[in-house]
Structure formats: C-alpha cells, structure tokens
Ligand binder design. Structure first.
Ligand code: BGC
Length: 855
C-alpha cells in the first residue's frame, strides 16, 4: 500500500504557494516481493500527462519536481512503486491546485469608513444564469475575515487570513464554493474583524494595530459554467458595506456584540491602498475546531460566581446557547486558566481582557466569537442566572496538523504529563508557534519554538506549519540584515536578537530535516541560515559584541537570584551565546554537506573549529575543567562535546546532588537534561527527575492538577496559589520538551545517528520499574513504528516491536544476557555489535531478567 501522499508536506493542497519545484512525499507500507526496486510519479491535468518522472530511484521522503504550473489549475498525481519481483502498486489519486500565482486580480482592495465602531460586512448580490461546474473564491480581508455565500459560511477555517509578517507578504485563501452557488440571485458577504494585522496586538499597545489600522478587503469569485462560459466578480466600488452587530473585536480582549442595534443604511465600499506586503498564496494551514468539549462542572463559587469548568486548559473559542434574557439584558463572559480559593481568577492574563460582552435583543441565540480566541479552562458567565452546563461548548482551535504519536506508560501521572504536552502543542499551534495562548502576548517567540520543536515533531506532522513560520523568519531576516528577531512575526520586537532564540533559524529546519529526511527544507532555508551566522559573526568580530549583549539564555532557570518571579538563570549568558553560535555554525556546515555545497561546508567547519577553540579558551581550564559551574553549563558542554566527557558528566551529577537530586535548569538546559543523563549512563537520575513529585519537577504540576505544561517550575505554589502575575502562564510548552526524552529513552525509540526520516531506528529502551511498561506508536515519515516494553514480573521482560516497510531497527534488549541474543527467533537472525538488526515486520520476545536489576 501507498499512504501519506503529500505535496510540500500538505495533503491535497488548494491554493498554496508551491514554489518552483513542488516536493512530493509518500510512504510505502508494504509490497509483494522483498524490496522496492523503483518508483515513478505521474502528474496530470485534465487527464493529460504534464510530468512523468519515469521509473527510477525516487526518494519517498521528498522528490522535487520541476513543472511549469498554470494558475488556478487542478493537477492530479499518482505515485507508482515497483518491487524486485516486478509487482506494481499505484497510489490512489491525489491532487493539488494552484492559486492565482502571478495572475492579476479582477478585484481591487476596498475599504470603508474606519471610524465607525461596528465591524463592516462587505457584500454583493449577483445573478447566475445557471449552476456553475466550478467556482473558486480567492480572498483576503484585513485584520481577519469570515466569508459566506448565500448565508452559508465558506469553509471551516477560523482566523483567516492568519498571522504573518504583513510588512513582507499578505496571504489570501482559495475556497471551493461550487456547491454554495445557485441559479438566480446569489449573495456574497465578507465580514471583517480586527486581529493580528489590525487591532491591539503585541507589545506596542497601539490600539489601531501594529501593521495597519484600516479595514481592507480583496476578493475574486471565479465561476465556470458547464457551457464553458465564465463569470468573474471582483471587489470594487459596487460592493456595499453593512454594519454588523459586533461592536468590538481583538485577539487579546475578545469580542462585544450588541443585538439591540438597528440596521443602518448600506454604505458604498471605496477603493483603498493595498497593504504594504505582497499579496501571495497561503502557506498557513487551516485553523479549525479540533474538538468540542462539554463542561465537566458548573460551579457556584464561594464568591457567588457562576463558573464552568472544562476539565481541560485549552485554546479556542466556544458556543453558548443564550436564553432567558430580556431585550437590553447584558451578558458578560470571562475566561481564566485556574481558580484561586475556589473562585474565578484571571490575574495572570495581564492586560488581556479575554472576555465577551453581549447585549440581548430578547431572543434565544447561539453565540460564537469570530475574530478572537482564548486560552482557558474556566469560564465565568455573569448575566445569565439560569445558565446550564449544557448551554456551553468549548471549541478547541488549532492548526490542522495530523497527530503522529501515542506514548503510554504504566505511570498515570507520566501519562498525564504527556497529554499535557500534547495539549500545549495544540493550544500554541494556532497558526504561529506561540509562547502561550491566553495573556497579552501569544507571540511566536523563537526560543520557545526551537526548544519544543523535536517534541512537536514526534507529536505531530508539523512540517508545513513550521515551513510557514520559517518563511516568515526569512522575510524578517531579509529586512534586518540577517538578524533573527526573538519574535516571529516580529511585530514591534524587531530590534532584538538573542542566542537560543534567534538560532531557531538554523535549529528548526535542521530538526525538520532529521524528522522528515526532506532536504528541500534545508535548501530553501540555507540562505537565511547563512545570513544569521554572518550577522553573529559581524558582532563577534567586533570585540565579541554578540557574547556581551543581553541574552535570555537559560531563561527561567532556578539558579538565578532566587526570587520567585526571577527570569534570568545562573548560567553565564555569554557562554550560552557562544555555544549556540557553535551549534548553529555546525548545523550550517552539515546543511552545506547535505545540499552539496562543498565550499560552504569547509568554510563553516573551519568557523565552527574557531568558535570551539574560543569557547575552550574562555570558559574552560587547560585541564578541561568548566568555569560555568551550573547544571546547564555542564549540559551544554556534554551536548556539544566542549570538553572531557567524564569530567563534564561528573560535574553535572555533582551539581544535581548538591541540589538534592533536583533540577535547576531553564529553557536552555531542560531539553538537554534527561537526555544527557542517559547518554552518560545515568538514566536512573533522569527517571528520578521525571518522577519527582516535589517542586521543582514535571509531576509537581501534574499533582497540582495541571492539564497543560506550565511556563515556570513554580507557576503555582504547593498550596495552589499562583506564584506571580508578571509573567506566568499555565500553557507554555517549553518544558514539555521532556516528552522527547520519554519517547526516545524511556519508550526507547530514537533515530539512529545519520538516519533521517526515521528509516533507521535505535530501539534501546531504558526501562524503570516505576513505569512498569512503556509503549510508543509513532507515524514517522517512513511509516508506522510501534514498540513496547513491559516488566511482566520481577524476572520477566517482554518486548514487542513493529518495523515499517523499508526500514531497519537496531535493537538492544534491556537487561538481556548474551544467551538471549543466541535464540533461534527472527529477531536474532542478524546480530551486530550487540544489537539485533531487525527489518520490516513484527517481533515479540519474552526473556528472563535478573530480579536484582530492576529492584
Ligand atoms: C515569553 C517567553 C519568551 C520570553 C523571552 C516571555 O514573555 O512568554 O516564553 O521566550 O518572553 O524571554
């Protein structure tokens, strides 16, 4: 079978930017015969072949195809694979459809009176002589838009046209509206709301908006009839503007709707200047409702409030059935993440009002916000005394990304922690990888994104999502001389770069390549990666200015000044800056190798050597001792091979022991912590950290009822009180990076060195009796990996493993004696340096272990 067919990591994309060479991906899950001989891609347009690779060795992880694509055209494609026996399998038919590409627009940008409070709805009525055979709506409305045709919502997306660096480009979406049109009179309406382009967002506090402050809309409806004739309707001065009942909207503060308002006479739309950025095909994935959740409780709080508990901290909107209100009655809804003393609380949202205010016209209504989203678990509703639990439904929003991993252990709290990381990923993957979804921030902080990226790539097929983020990053860099702002899209945080944050421009594409094996990602981002190194190099050559400037470094580590709301950790930020400079430079050298740029590879290797020498000279003694005597100091030294491994390992263990076996690490150290302990043979200590239920640790927050990952180790004190309000979110994924360690060391499935796309895997679990078992199911780019270990009883270990077609696993059986490897079972057919080399298939083995080992 052939599955997972994608173009540019998208399933059947319509109206996306595809580039000059769209990249095709697929996955062969089985084939008659023993192996794959060759493959072939055939692309058709209206049945005619427009591209045919012929039979050859094509890479299922990514085969770029040069094609001269036409605008507004649907192409179908299949991939065929042939086995060594000559058997041929053909995929089902897939498609991709181009957007307008360079084609000019029939519509022009229109707007209206910006001073009116009520949000505008642009509309046009038009006649159709028959029912069309094909109709597309190309549309972009700023700040945000929602389109409908004949009263029916177009598509199922929220928050279009999404969030990006609007100074450089503006995205339009393409919708198939064939089914919504009819013969006779038709009506198209497009409502605009504030959002990221327009309206309060970011640190600038500009209420008008950072990128723009006036309404703008462009649309083109392209219709084809059965007889070959067509019709094009573009935005122009003939469009009318109606005023909606929404009188306020923005991302942070929510929405206000007044149903008592009278309809106003229509206004005529007017032509307005185009926005600064270039109008282009989308890269953003659809943001859709992933899950509808009903409240688990309706709480009458001690303070006399009516509060709904969703049982889960989430990001999204909601649907509320409103009844029992008289005309003019007002309803006020607010959200929060946690309760305090049993009462509603929203102190950690800072200035974000995160509310909805509604004035009723006395009729029953179903409310659903359109141009905002919230991060919440609790909902306080004032003004609807007969509120029932069932009146409310949470709509959890996230970018539409396939989830790829389930990870389960015999420890309920660890499972909750894994679920919390999965939730924080969803909640912070609303078009941009954000720090948090609730307070007046919700921005694409590059450090957070970088730190969590490998975990996100285990949890989900997030390549297209990060692809759009990287595209934005590149546009920012182009305008900033290679500098990578700490926030992307940068809004008003343009002038600042920082180590480990800005290095995201190298780390994220490199991680994507590791997980997908698709070198096109590296090729397209290579210039931006090099531009970043050039930027740091310029600063470094000027008396090491890079090292000397402000860095967040080991952000939120506990070895700083000790204040409970401290932000800076104790690890020298200059050291972190130099080490990340080394890391990024190495990535660029490796990228040069992968993309075949020999000259660049040499240059960046030499630069990396130079940086390494400098780091050794500045931060280490000639005998190898590290001056940076912190947990993170040693972790970086181990991760990047900066000094003698044995000494660094001793240093790390000593620092842990000095702190009672507990962690002190922040954003930089935490993702490395358990992995480096495992690498030095101290998985026992890694487990102690994972399973520690006291502060600080991952299960501390689970014990306090967390359903998402917290920003700080002490976001909440052990008595349940919120520790501080200056910067404290309960939905921040950085520390969720522990899930990477659980997947690769506890569950035991990690990629073999040098492999990409999970074609070659090391299955070497490091069981701990406190987990009892660990199972992982990971839908990789190369197929579905499944593995499970179980301590059946104190003398028996059971392992099962499924290796996907075309892949190989190197298996190390935990606690197994040499005898086990001599068994006459399929798993032991090939044993190499103490590893069983397993090809595609299912394996299960049960063996005796020494009781003493696990107790
Ligand atoms: C964000 C962080 C971010 C940081 C920069 C905070 O306000 O929430 O997660 O990385 O600023 O240090």
């Amino acid at each position: 079978m052939i599955t997972s067919c994608q173009v540019n990591h998208l399933v059947n994309p319509v109206g996306y930017q595809l580039g000059e060479k769209p990249v095709f991906h697929w996955c062969v899950t089985g084939l008659p015969g023993t192996c794959l001989k060759d493959s072939r891609i055939v692309v058709r347009q209206n049945g005619d072949v427009v591209a045919d690779t012929g039979w050859g060795k094509l890479d299922a992880l990514g085969t770029p195809l040069a094609m001269s694509l036409q605008p507004g055209t649907r192409y179908t494609w299949v991939v065929q694979v042939r086995s060594d026996t000559g058997a041929v399998e053909t995929s089902s038919e897939n498609f991709f459809e181009t957007g307008k590409m360079g084609e000019s627009w029939a519509g022009r940008w229109i707007g209206c009176d910006d001073t009116q409070e009520r949000l505008p709805v642009f509309g046009k009525t038009f006649a159709m002589e028959g029912k069309p055979v094909r109709a597309r709506l190309y549309v972009c409305g700023l700040g945000l838009y929602e389109a409908s045709v004949n009263g029916q919502r177009v598509g199922d997306e929220y928050l279009t046209p999404y969030c990006n660096n609007y100074s450089a480009w503006v995205q339009y979406q393409t919708f198939d509206v064939t089914q919504l049109l009819k013969q006779g009179e038709n009506r198209i309406d497009i409502e605009l709301g504030n959002g990221w382009y327009k309206g309060r967002f970011g640190f600038s506090g500009k209420p008008g908006g950072y990128y723009g402050d006036s309404w703008k809309l462009i649309a083109q409806l392209q219709v084809q009839m059965a007889d070959g004739t067509g019709k094009v309707i573009g935005t122009d001065a003939s469009w009318q503007v109606r005023r909606s009942h929404l009188i306020f909207s923005n991302i942070y503060d929510g929405e206000q709707r007044d149903d008592t308002l009278k309809d106003l006479p229509d206004e005529a739309a007017r032509f307005v200047p185009a926005p600064e950025g270039k109008l282009m095909e989308r890269l953003s994935l659809p943001v859709t409702v992933r899950e509808e959740i009903k409240p688990v409780a309706l709480i009458h709080t001690p303070a006399g409030e009516l509060v709904l508990d969703m049982g889960q901290n989430l990001a999204g909107i909601w649907r509320l059935h409103v009844h029992g209100l008289a005309r003019g009655d007002r309803l006020h809804l607010q959200v929060g993440e946690v309760l305090q003393d049993g009462n509603f609380y929203r102190g950690n949202l800072r200035s974000a009002k995160a509310e909805y205010i509604y004035a009723s016209d006395g009729t029953e209504q179903t409310l659903e916000p359109k141009f905002t989203f919230y991060g919440y678990r609790y909902v306080k509703i004032d003004g609807m005394p007969d509120l029932q639990k069932d009146d409310f439904t949470a709509l959890a929003l996230t970018s539409d990304i396939k989830e790829t991993m389930t990870l389960e252990t015999g420890n309920r709290k660890v499972n909750r922690l894994i679920a919390n990381a999965a939730w924080s990923r969803r909640d912070n993957f609303i078009d941009v990888p954000t720090d948090c979804p609730q307070r007046d921030e919700r921005m694409g902080w590059t450090g957070d994104a970088q730190v969590f990226c490998p975990t996100a790539l285990y949890l989900s097929d997030a390549c297209a999502f990060y692809g759009k983020y990287l595209y934005d990053m590149k546009t920012e860099q182009d305008a900033l001389g290679g500098m990578v702002p700490v926030v992307v899209p940068s809004f008003d945080v343009k002038e600042q770069a920082a180590c480990a944050w800005s290095d995201a421009t190298c780390i994220i594409p490199w991680q994507m390549y590791q997980f997908t094996g698709d070198a096109a990602i590296l090729r397209s981002h290579f210039p931006a990666m090099k531009a970043w190194i050039a930027y740091v190099r310029r600063l470094e050559e000027n008396d090491h200015q890079w090292r000397k400037q402000f860095h967040y470094a080991d952000w939120l580590a506990l070895d700083g000044d000790g204040a409970k709301d401290a932000v800076l950790g104790g690890t020298d930020s200059g050291y972190v800056a130099e080490v990340y400079y080394l890391y990024s430079t190495r990535i660029v050298a490796d990228t040069a190798r992968v993309t075949g740029s020999r000259g660049d590879e040499k240059t960046y290797r030499a630069l990396a050597d130079e940086i390494l020498q400098y780091i050794r000279q500045e931060f280490f003694e000639p005998d190898g001792r590290c001056h940076i005597d912190t947990q993170t100091g040693y972790l970086l030294a181990l991760e990047f091979g900066l000094s003698d491994e044995k000494q660094m390992a001793e240093g790390l263990v000593r620092k842990l022991m000095e702190n009672g076996g507990k962690l002190q690490t922040g954003f930089v150290g935490t993702p490395l912590l358990c992995e480096q302990l495992s690498r030095i043979g101290r998985s026992d200590l890694a487990y102690n950290l994972l399973l520690n239920e006291q502060y600080p640790g991952w299960l501390y927050e689970v014990n306090l009822g967390a359903t998402t990952i917290w920003e700080r180790w002490n976001s909440m004190e052990s008595d349940g009180s919120v520790s501080s309000t200056g910067m404290n979110s309960f939905n921040h994924y950085a520390y969720g990076s522990i899930v990477q360690w659980i997947a690769q060391r506890a569950a035991g499935l990690r990629q073999k060195n040098g492999s990409t796309g999970f074609r070659e895997v090391l299955y070497a679990p490091e069981p701990d009796a406190r987990l009892a078992h660990a199972a992982i199911r990971y839908q990789s780019a190369s197929g579905l990996w499944e593995a499970r270990w179980e301590i059946v009883d104190d003398q028996t270990m059971k392992i099962s493993l499924e290796v996907p077609f075309g892949c190989r696993a190197w298996v190390k059986l935990p606690f197994a004696t040499e005898d086990v490897y001599k068994r006459k079972e399929a798993l032991f057919d090939e044993v190499e340096n103490g590893f069983c080399v397993a090809r595609a298939g299912k394996y299960e083995v049960t063996y005796h272990i020494d009781k003493a080992i696990i107790s």
